[in-house]
Design a protein around this ligand. Structure first.
Ligand SMILES: Cc1cc2nc3c(=O)[nH]c(=O)nc-3n(C[C@H](O)[C@H](O)[C@H](O)COP(=O)(O)O)c2cc1C
Length: 70
């Protein structure tokens, strides 16, 4: 991010988060797992648990688990 102009950093972060989430969806689909993106989350608690610094922020979370038995 240090190479990205400040005004564009948030947009880059949003695009990167979407691409990362898509990779998790692809991995889950190809390994018989289920996943959902979650944005309605306790960002402060997650940031604390991950030990994020003041200039890092939680964009999204993604839950991964086993598919519901059919
Ligand atoms: C950007 C984004 C944020 C989301 N945030 C939440 C969330 O906080 N909680 C939630 O239950 N679903 C959230 N969803 C929806 C879930 O990812 C998922 O699509 C929804 O639970 C339906 O899943 P299903 O089709 O497997 O039942 C979000 C979806 C997107 C695209």
């Amino acid at each position: 991010m240090g190479l990205v102009p400040v005004a564009q950093r948030e947009a880059y972060a949003h695009v990167a988060a979407g691409a990362i989430a898509q990779n998790v969806y692809l991995f889950a689909a190809s390994n018989g797992l289920a996943t959902v993106i979650r944005a309605w989350i306790d960002r402060a608690a997650i940031g604390d648990a991950l030990g994020l610094s003041h200039d890092q922020q939680v964009m999204l979370s993604q839950t991964v688990g086993y598919r519901k038995a059919s």
